[in-house]
Design a protein around this ligand. Structure first.
Ligand code: PEP
Ligand code: MN
Length: 346
């Protein structure tokens, strides 16, 4: 395998290994034509090795000072795998943290409809302790006849909302042609469920210097979600948040079926933070709070929820949006369970 392929081996050095020992292992690997990627951690330093498998097999890796274990990688995802990096990744945006003991509360309208609606929502969710503001500018709609979002005009409104509230902006990027203008405003770039396997878009965003929120496709497996994240990480951007937002099943009581088992499984498989979108999963506001609480309990690192000043007038997803008048109570209930779990809203 060439040196720009996926890692073949993980070399684990114990916490007591010295910098000189790590450097020595890296130097031996480089002599063998391999690429070594060092991930220092609290418990261990892990070196991911990419190179020719047969040549690597001739090296006495286990014998090098400081080396505790040499593990061949069997999983198809490498950079996002927890085995590569046991410490959880924490995403920091403008002093807000998401991951490990910080729980993200991302809230805002489904769609930026007009200035007043978005600013009113931003103020209310900020006052209730939200950590980031969501809001769609470019909307992926099932029907081409429904409101498609305000596009660039919405981005300007989101920028104003951030300037006023200080909340970082999470907004969706649908098309590589919009990268520049979305990146100019977004603090976190959302890749929507429908684009989870748009590999060109994922690679493009992998070269961006902004965190990425990838939503699970409604018919995508956990492994496919992790491979989507791998596309982004492979290009160098490892600031990735995964989001479970419900999958398609035979059930019609809820809009999608929230797969909380996937959240628990993802937490085993990856060091990346995993959040839950109870709004799109439920499709009805009476279920958003119980699903949000369940998400926190199962180990999610945050939630992303929709809120609107007057959901009955919303141009998109009205039935699932939390009215602003109820948002503070909603956030209070979420905060209580987050604190019970020994975490804090970041
Ligand atoms: C959204 O969060 O705005 C959205 C459209 O969700 P999803 O991509 O999960 O359907
Ligand atoms: Mn929506």
């Amino acid at each position: 395998m060439s040196a720009d392929g996926s890692p073949e081996l993980l070399i684990v050095l114990g916490a007591q290994a010295t910098a000189a020992e790590t450097e020595n292992v890296v130097a031996r690997l480089q002599e063998a034509g391999a690429l070594a990627r060092v991930s220092p951690g609290r418990e261990a330093t892990v070196i991911a090795v990419t190179g020719d498998r047969e040549r690597l097999a001739t090296l006495p890796l286990e014998g090098y000072p400081g080396v505790e274990q040499v593990l061949p990688i069997l999983k198809p995802y490498k950079l996002v795998a927890r085995e590569l990096r046991p410490d959880p990744t924490v995403i920091e945006v403008d002093g807000r943290r998401l991951g490990d003991s910080w729980f993200g509360l991302i809230a805002g309208p489904c769609t930026v409809e007009y200035r007043g609606q978005t600013l009113e929502t931003a103020r209310a969710v900020a006052a209730a302790g939200a950590t980031m503001l969501r809001g769609g500018a470019f909307k992926p709609r099932t029907s081409p006849y429904t409101f498609q979002g305000l596009g660039s005009e919405a981005l300007a409104i989101l920028a104003e909302a951030r300037a006023e509230t200080g909340l970082p902006i999470v907004t969706e990027l649908m098309d590589p042609r919009h990268v520049e203008e979305v990146l100019a405003v977004a603090d976190v770039i959302q890749i929507g469920a429908r684009n989870m396997q748009n590999f060109l878009l994922l690679s493009e965003i992998g070269r961006a210097d902004k965190p990425v929120l990838i939503k699970r496709g409604p018919a995508a497996s956990v492994e496919e979600l992790l491979m989507a994240a791998e596309y982004v990480a492979k290009e160098g951007n490892e600031r990735i948040i995964l989001c479970e937002r419900g999958i398609k099943t035979f059930e019609r009581t809820t809009r999608y079926t929230l797969d909380l088992g996937s959240v628990a499984a993802l937490k085993h498989e990856t060091h990346l933070p995993v959040i839950v979108d109870p709004s799109h999963a439920a499709g009805r506001r009476d279920l958003v709070l119980p699903l949000a609480l369940a998400a926190a309990a199962v180990g999610a690192d945050g939630i992303i929820v929709e809120a609107h000043p007057r959901p009955e007038e919303a141009l998109c997803d009205g039935p699932q949006q939390i009215p602003l008048g109820e948002f503070a109570a909603f956030a209070g209930e979420v905060r209580a369970i987050v604190e019970l779990l020994g975490k804090q809203i970041g």
